[in-house]
Design a protein around this ligand. Structure first.
Ligand code: PBG
Length: 327
């Protein structure tokens, strides 16, 4: 019989040498937990399409953060679901009062990033304001509204502004307005490489923010990045950095690891990966069917993001990270 001696397997043979050989280590400190707060509900409501995720009331979100703090989650990304929608959103009182009550209760023990977008506020579900004819997005008007919205969120106590709208020029406009109002210390995490993706489906169900299909302006492809276009993702991310983004983002994550890897080679700011609703729920449904283990599935997916170059992971299962990473 021919001899086939062990060589590469030497470093895989036992737990000890595998631990010593690891090239990537996840840590719970690098996770951000999304939260949804909804104006029109009287008690927390579990989502039927996003496993383990509930929309919260102004009060129940405080209780959720309290529970999360106990399991080691300190960083949050908050999404508002307002009760009323309009063509020209201007009333942000609900979410600013939520931020104020969160910050009053938890202060700097938590870090609160606020998603900045108009899609949950507009009657048509688009991320910006439409032109008079309703056939296109008015970029300048959208950016002005987004910047004023961001200012109100920061004044209410948000630690970080995270624009996900994909309008041109919003990062610069927000940075300028924050600075002009003494808020130079508020960070901006830009959804800089955000692709027009089908994987946002469950999120839109939770937020009621699907764009109106009867409009001439179909879907979000006139502002989110075409998923064939690496060049656009790189260009948009570098542009956002130049406009003042402190953290950049690739979204979705799992189908876009090549983008993370290219960006890592080109930018020197932290990169966040957003494991979005659809990619999260794909794993959850497999788990529900008994086809794989939940912890192993998420750890393997998260590891691929960090291995590709992200230092930050945004996941609906972030509250599981500390326990999973220490067992
Ligand atoms: C708002 C926004 C979306 C997501 C984050 N911010 C939806 C969209 O662009 O349609 C998606 C998050 C997810 O799917 O988990 N623009």
């Amino acid at each position: 019989m021919e001899e086939y001696p062990i060589n590469n397997r030497r470093l895989r043979l036992n737990q000890h040498i595998r631990e010593l050989s690891r090239q990537v280590r996840l840590h719970h400190e690098q996770f951000i937990q999304p939260l949804f707060v909804c104006e029109g509900i009287s008690k927390p409501t579990p989502s039927p399409v996003l496993n383990g995720v509930s929309t919260h009331t102004k009060d129940s979100v405080l209780a959720q953060i309290e529970r999360d703090l106990k399991v080691g989650v300190t960083k949050f990304l908050l999404f508002p679901i307002p009760a009323t929608k309009s063509d020209l959103p201007s009333d942000f009182e609900f979410i600013t009062s939520v931020i104020a009550s969160i910050k009053q209760r938890f202060g700097n023990t938590i870090w609160l990033a606020m998603d900045v977008c108009l899609c949950a506020y507009t009657s048509h579900g688009h991320c910006g304001i439409l032109t008079k004819e309703g056939t296109a997005i008015n970029n300048s008007k959208s950016v002005q509204t987004l910047a004023h919205y961001a200012l109100q969120l920061a004044q209410a106590g948000a630690d970080c502004i995270a624009p996900s709208d994909m309008m041109d020029g919003r990062i610069g406009a927000i940075r300028t307005l924050l600075n002009a109002n003494g808020l130079e210390h508020i960070a901006i995490m830009s959804y800089s490489a955000k692709f027009a993706s089908v994987f946002y489906g469950p999120f839109r169900d939770v937020c009621g923010s699907s764009p109106d299909k009867t409009l001439q302006l179909k879907g979000r492809s006139s502002y989110q990045i075409d998923f064939t276009n690496t060049g656009d993702a790189i260009r948009s991310t570098i542009r956002d950095m130049e406009e003042g983004a402190d953290i950049v983002m690739v979204k979705p994550a799992l189908a876009y690891l090549d983008i993370i890897q290219s960006l890592k080679a080109q930018v020197n700011v932290p990169i966040a990966a957003y494991q979005v609703s659809g990619e999260y729920q794909m794993l959850e449904l497999m788990v529900r069917e008994g086809l794989m283990d939940r912890r192993s599935a998420h750890l393997e997916a998260w590891t691929s993001m960090v291995r590709s170059g992200t230092s930050i992971v945004i996941s609906y299962a972030s509250r599981e990270a500390k326990q999973w990473l220490s067992s």
